[in-house]
Design a protein. Structure first.
Lengths: 380, 383
């Protein structure tokens, strides 16, 4: 049976050119970038090139990129690092109730350590409200972390406006751009953020590598101590093949970003149109106009998400109930809960379809048709 | 080309590469996903965990994957400190640990912990008496490396483990990054609670490692998020890297004794030949040493100059450990052993792998001899 992978927000297939690049690096440039001999210097050069490209991809400077083991580490480093380093200035942190667990769980950890965290609500489209943020902003707020775009429903947050609001406040501004990176244009200066997290495996790069953008001058303590790698901000032998693979993925992404954006918009439209043609009832969660085009979160009234997922899987369609990163557990989504309240049926009947590399219109049409069939079967 | 810098990092084994290539190309699902793509990778992950556990002779539930040796060391040390800070704030380690242990401890010092750095003798070994004397009521962790990365000396891990049996509240962490697959170690017999490994030191990939955590030992995580690795280490798992690590470890353990003896033979040959050069002193002791590391000094030479000269002739060795090579600081292990500053500054580390041959060693000796001869007049002139 042909399987159709519609879970690109959980993770993406590694681009064949990325794998090729990594294998080449593993065969030829296996040195330790900290070694001063030729083999080490070759590896250092590759890491430098990758850092340049990563910086370029978000309008940052070379030394503002810190490679990490992924989005989770970038988020942890951003939050824990700045919170503890800036504790003398205050103890209040603002985030949203729809962040990825890498942010939410880290905030819980900070709460245990005595920080005061405000979780902003969102409206039913999943957006935070600037005025609400303004109201919660205090003199002792040291950090604001708002994700660029949500991983479950795709809703894009008003990052630039938030940055403007914060421009005359001393709070450090972090955004988790793990889902947005690769589809939305990002220029850190224009955006006005101080810290920004990215993960390679969401853009057809390898797992286990990501980066944190940290604007020059932002004060934070490292998470991992040891050698002097990443200018003492992240110790540990650099994951050279991972970084090289990541760079390749960034290179491809930069060429294809705009094209992909429009392509996924079309695929999303096609999926919705096909469901409509089949006459089933459904509602889109999130905001089609102001959302990432590769994420389509749909509520199917009178169905049950687990039943849906099992049936989809049997038909060879891989979709998800929320974020995959809440390991294993199919718990009601905290994002949908924030959008619709704890008692909404949507918490129990919504499925996330997410698009990416390699998908054809045919795939989407077929997947939507099968989805419609399943819904019909389950609701008849 | 002769690559004799295997303690800095190793070249991935070909079979390991094939494994990585295959898993990265085909099995891309997120192991946390509930659909078949996710289940497939979850299965691979479980299999890798089982393999690694069985090679280390521990339970599969005791293996936690990380991004490498540095993270594992930080997780062990900061994890214990944060978990048990109410019980006590005293840690014991040695003066010759890798920076990822030392600097994690230095960080804790700023956080109000008290750290005892045990001295080593002229052979690079700690004394059990010193350890015993250092233990206090508020000691929560003893962290001592297995094989030192700069000179290759082995610490008396089993004896330390036995001693610590008298102190059931103290946890025992061992950085086995350099020793694994080269020097036999039995985690149970040595009563180890936590042990760090890193794949790129045994022909696996950079960016993957593991922490052994004995069943029942609780740690505060470093990374918070999706609760992967039973909540101890959040973040999407690097499945291709992990599966490749399992493969690399299996290969390292295959014909273990033969590989070890081969490396010992090469090391002893090098020792024997290098000692004949007028300007050299061997810094690696003769006893309690790993098969793959040989540290020597060349009198009157800055180590960097030699490393670069060798590098031009495609012989790759290192000054001290790669992580600190850039700092131009002399080996702290040698200083701790009582070696004088000058000799420490001229120290060079050769580190072998099971892929090296005696022929390479013969060629290396020639390169070393001829380089010293060629540079000698220059160096003399500059003094
Ligand atoms: C929005 C967001 N942040 C952070 C992460 C975590 O990144 P990683 O899987 O690289 O740890 C993810 C995905 O898992 C995500 O979707
Ligand atoms: C003894 C020892 N511990 C820890 C490490 C750190 O491991 P990694 O390079 O995987 O961060 C190294 C190597 O750099 C080492 O030699």
């Amino acid at each position: 049976m042909d399987t159709i992978y519609l879970d690109h927000a959980a993770t993406t297939p590694v681009h064949p050119e990325v794998v090729r690049e990594m294998v080449g690096c593993l065969e030829k440039t296996y040195g330790n970038p900290s070694s001063i001999h030729g083999i080490g210097r070759q590896a250092r050069r590759l890491v430098d090139q990758a850092r340049n490209l990563a910086a370029q991809s978000i309008g940052a400077k070379f030394n503002e990129i810190i490679f990490t083991s992924g989005g989770t580490e970038a988020d942890n480093l951003a939050l824990i690092g700045t919170a503890f380093a800036n504790r003398n200035r205050g103890n209040h942190i603002i985030t949203t109730s729809i962040e990825h667990p890498a942010i939410l769980q880290t905030c819980k950890y900070l709460e245990i350590n005595g920080f005061d965290v405000t979780y902003l609500p969102v409206d039913s489209s999943g957006r935070v409200d600037i005025d609400t943020l303004k109201k919660h902003l205090r003199d002792d707020t040291i950090l604001v972390s708002v994700m660029y775009a949500n991983n479950e429903v795709g809703t894009i947050q008003p990052i630039q406006e938030i940055a403007q609001l914060l421009s005359n406040h001393s709070a450090i501004f972090h955004t988790d751009a793990v889902q947005a990176y690769g589809l939305l244009p990002i220029d850190c200066e224009d955006l006005g953020v101080d810290l920004l997290s990215v993960s390679a495996h969401k853009i057809n790069g390898p797992k286990g590598i990501g980066f944190l953008y940290a604007k020059n001058g932002v004060k934070f303590t490292p998470h991992q101590y040891g050698g002097e790698q990443e200018r003492k901000r992240r110790a540990g032998t650099e994951n050279v093949p991972g970084i090289v693979g990541f760079a390749k993925a960034i290179e491809i992404m930069m060429k294809k970003r705009v094209e992909n954006f429009h392509r996924y918009e079309q695929l999303r439209r096609l999926f919705i149109d096909t469901l409509n043609d089949r006459g089933i009832s459904f509602e889109v969660n999130g905001d089609l106009k102001n959302g990432l085009p590769h994420i389509l979160n749909i509520s199917f009234p009178e169905t049950n998400v687990e039943q849906m997922l099992v049936n989809l899987d049997l038909e060879g369609i891989a979709a998800s109930g929320g974020s995959a990163c809440t390991a294993g557990a199919v718990e009601p989504s905290h994002v949908l809960k924030a959008m619709f309240g704890a008692h909404s049926e949507k918490l129990f009947n919504s499925v996330r379809f997410s698009f990416g590399y390699g998908l054809t219109e045919e795939n989407i049409q077929k997947a939507a048709e099968k989805t419609a069939d399943i819904v019909k079967r389950l609701t008849s | 080309m002769i690559y004799f810098d295997n303690s800095a990092t190793t070249k991935p084994n070909e079979e390991v590469l094939d494994t990585f290539h295959k898993v990265a190309s085909i099995y891309y699902g997120n192991p946390s996903s509930v659909h078949s793509f996710g289940l497939q990778t979850e299965k691979l992950l479980a299999q890798a965990r089982r393999q690694i556990a069985s090679l280390l002779n521990v339970g599969e539930s005791e293996i936690y994957f990380t991004s490498g040796g540095t993270e594992s060391n930080n997780l062990a040390i900061k994890g214990v400190a944060n978990q048990f800070r109410n019980r006590g704030k005293h840690l014991i380690t040695t003066k010759i640990e890798h920076p990822s242990v030392e600097n994690a401890c230095e960080y804790l010092k700023k956080d109000g912990f008290d750290i005892t750095y045990l001295p080593v003798d002229e052979n690079g070994r700690i004394h059990l008496d010193d350890l015993k004397k250092a233990i206090r009521d508020d000691t929560i962790l003893v962290s001592i490396m297995h094989v030192n990365n700069e000179i290759g000396v082995i610490q008396p891990i089993e004896e330390i483990g036995s001693l610590l049996q008298n102190y059931p509240k103290i946890l025992f962490h061992v950085d086995v990054v350099q020793g694994i697959g080269k020097v036999p170690i039995d985690f149970h017999k040595s009563q180890i609670d936590l042990a760090t490994i890193s794949a790129h030191k045994f022909h696996g990939l950079k960016g993957t490692g593991a922490l052994y955590v004995r069943e029942g030992v609780k740690l505060t995580p470093l990374l918070h998020g999706g609760n992967q690795e039973k909540g101890l280490r959040s973040g999407t798992e690097n499945v291709p890297g992990i599966v490749a690590m399992a493969k690399a470890l299996r290969l390292a353990f295959e014909d273990f004794n033969q590989k070890r003896h081969e490396m010992e033979k090469i090391r002893d040959y090098l020792r024997h030949e290098l000692i004949k050069i007028d300007q050299t002193t061997i810094n690696t002791p003769e006893m309690h040493i790993a098969p793959h590391i040989l540290n020597f000094s060349v009198e009157g030479f800055k180590a960097e100059v030699l490393v670069n000269t060798f590098s031009e002739k495609q012989l790759y060795v290192s000054t001290t450990s790669a992580c600190s090579s850039k700092r131009n600081e002399p080996s702290k292990t040698l200083l701790a052993m009582g070696v004088d500053q000058k000799r420490a500054e001229s120290s060079i580390r050769i580190s072998l792998s099971y892929e090296n041959t005696i022929q390479e060693a013969e060629r290396a000796v020639k390169v070393i001899k001829s380089s010293i001869e060629k540079l000698l007049p220059v160096m003399r002139g500059s003094i």
